[in-house]
Design a protein around this ligand. Structure first.
Ligand code: AP5
Length: 197
């Protein structure tokens, strides 16, 4: 646990990227990085890297992720904090993808790291999410890309997300993620251009 360690002052934008499983968070983050050069930190990727490291903590995490549940919030925040501190000297801004997933995570982030500047929420129907994830399952090799776990991931998302987004009415941009990747990105750039102006 590194939560006690202070984070140096962050002067670059912090953007949270929210959305259901398969809503296109990672896809849009890749586009954003290419255009704006922000540092992309995906909570899911950080957790999968911890799992691949073979650490005892990694084994516990796999079991939780296979069940489609949220891992303990201190674990995620700790991984994010470590990655932010490492990237901070050269970063133009941080895209925090898949975080916060519950109200308390957002509160803890702003208390321990820095206030968020913008919250992007990619909104898509359950049918769309399931269809995309099952499509990706053919090649992803992810332990949670199967029908049963997808249902649980959706349930977890539906349980917590409203509370998260309601917490940030002034910073939230709800984006229709049912469209094609280019159209979604065009809307994203309108918000980011304002932020970096
Ligand atoms: P995580 O890795 O964050 O998974 P997720 O939220 O379920 O999201 P995905 O990565 O599956 O999808 P995405 O929205 O990035 O979509 P993508 O761009 O890939 O989390 C995994 C697990 O880790 C969680 O279940 C939890 O256990 C744990 N965890 C993570 N964060 C946590 C936290 N903060 N606290 C506690 N636990 C946490 O796109 C999906 C597919 O759709 C792709 O095939 C893509 O090509 C396609 N696609 C994308 N956009 C479009 C489009 N516009 N049209 C058509 N197809 C599209």
């Amino acid at each position: 646990m590194h939560l006690e360690a202070p984070v140096p002052e962050i002067k670059v934008p912090i953007i949270w990227v929210l959305g259901g499983p398969g809503s296109g968070k990672g896809t849009q983050c890749d586009r954003i990085v290419a255009k704006y050069g922000f540092t992309h930190l995906s909570s899911g990727d950080l957790l999968r890297a911890e799992v691949s490291s073979g650490s005892p903590r990694g084994k516990e995490l796999t079991a939780i992720m296979e069940r489609g549940e949220l891992v303990p919030m201190e674990v995620v925040l700790d991984l994010l904090k470590e990655a932010i501190i490492k990237a901070l000297p050269d970063s133009k801004g941080f895209l925090i993808d898949g975080y916060p997933r519950e109200k308390e995570q957002g509160i803890l982030f702003e208390k321990n790291i820095a206030p968020v500047n913008l919250v992007l929420f990619f909104d898509a129907s359950e049918n769309t999410l399931v269809e995309r994830l099952l499509g990706r399952a053919k090649t992803s090799g992810r332990v949670d890309d199967n029908e049963e776990t997808i249902k649980k991931r959706l349930h977890t998302f539906n349980t917590h997300n409203d509370q998260v987004v309601q917490q940030y009415p002034d910073k939230l941009k709800k984006i229709n993620a049912e469209r094609n990747v280019d159209d979604i990105f065009a809307e994203v750039t309108t918000y980011l251009d304002l932020l970096v102006a």
